[in-house]
Design a protein around this ligand. Sequence first.
Ligand code: PDD
Length: 280
Amino acid sequence: RTVYVNGEYLPEAEAKVSVFDRGFLFADGVYEVTSVLGGKLLDFEGHAKRLERSLAELDMPSPISMEDLLEVHRELVRRNDLDEGMIYLQITRGAAGDRDFVFPDPEVTPPTIVLFTQSKTLADVPAAKTGIKVISIDDIRWGRRDIKTVQLLYPSMGKMMAKAAGADDAWMVEDGEVTEGTSNNAYIVKDGKIITRHLGSEILHGITRAAVLRFAREAQMVVEERAFTIEEAKEADEAFVTSASSFVMPVVSVDGVSLGDGMPGPVAARLREIYLDESR
Ligand code: PDD
């Protein structure tokens, strides 16, 4: 695989980042995941805009213009002959000579930028037909979940807790209300209404979320952007999650409680179909 590191395209075995990199030492970095379908980038502009916002919120300079970033994405798709999968992008505050909590001067310490591709089937996956099971866990993450930082230890632990419980993923709960999934936005459907948490610093502002809500409204579906409780989720007619890597994924059980008839619901199925149609 060819990867991109600080302006160079390199075979993955030759790509290197310093042991002093602040991404490695402090999780001082941000990332984006953009999906590729039929060799085409999905929603690049949305991901680029969110990246700029994440960088600005952390006072981190961008090492690349958004135009050049698009070119790097396209070049990696070409060089790796990527038909379906993801492009991972990470920017960290770089490698200062020592470990120091204080941010280094960006003029002296440039950011580190890394991109790589990951080939993966995204559209035609069995889980889209069976749905996934989620469990609820406490949301103990920091308070700026709207910034897409590389601090993913707790979400990783959440997936492990789900696995241990015989489920596929976890929904995080704060004050009784669902914030989001470990790596996706969470939705329930009740009496035909699509309910998903409003934007704020408690959740990541999903790019797929924005697209799916737009498609839902265009299809005359009713959308309510508000917090919902985990109890409401257990009584929902259906549920689903959205993310760049899962598109729209039906959820068929919450904490062991089956939703509807235990099969993916019609709203989730329709939204997945619309999303795929629009992306192809
Ligand atoms: N995760 N919420 C969280 C906590 C996420 O990590 C993600 C994305 C989303 C959905 O955002 P988007 O629709 O822009 O992908 C919501 C990516 C895919 C990941 O970490 O792999």
